[in-house]
Design a protein around this ligand. Structure first.
Ligand code: AMP
Ligand code: ZN
Length: 104
């Protein structure tokens, strides 16, 4: 855990955030400022600043599997999956996350 990382704190349970989905290495929770009727963030439990810092291919696969699980759990048949990498691309939180956005 990185102490000043908001997502590490969420993963650690500091805010009592409800997880839409959880596996050994991944959690998913609702975006605080949703840009779609369903807007969930899929996040690795370990602190990885962005996709550029992620080397673990197994975890890459797990993250995409989690996206599919989140879509299923939230009843999304169609959805967008977005990863912002780097400030210039719109990344605001520097703990890797995959946006899952769609209409029910
Ligand atoms: P990005 O711009 O790709 O880094 O996305 C960061 C996302 O995290 C934004 O959509 C924010 O609304 C969301 N966010 C920031 N703080 C929180 C929080 N405490 N809980 C849930 N989502 C958050
Ligand atoms: Zn973190």
């Amino acid at each position: 855990m990185t102490e000043d990382c908001i997502f590490c704190k969420i993963i650690n349970g500091d805010f009592g955030t409800e997880f839409v989905y959880e596996s050994e290495n991944v959690v998913a929770f609702n975006d605080i400022n949703p840009k779609a009727p369903v807007h969930v963030l899929v996040v690795p439990k370990i602190h990885v600043a962005s996709l550029n810092e992620l080397e673990d291919k197994e975890l890459m696969g797990e993250l995409l599997c989690a996206v599919k699980q989140v879509a299923k759990i939230t009843g999304l048949k169609a959805y967008k999956t977005l990863i912002n990498t780097g400030k210039e691309a719109g990344q605001e939180v520097f703990h890797l996350h995959l946006h899952v956005m769609g209409n029910k």
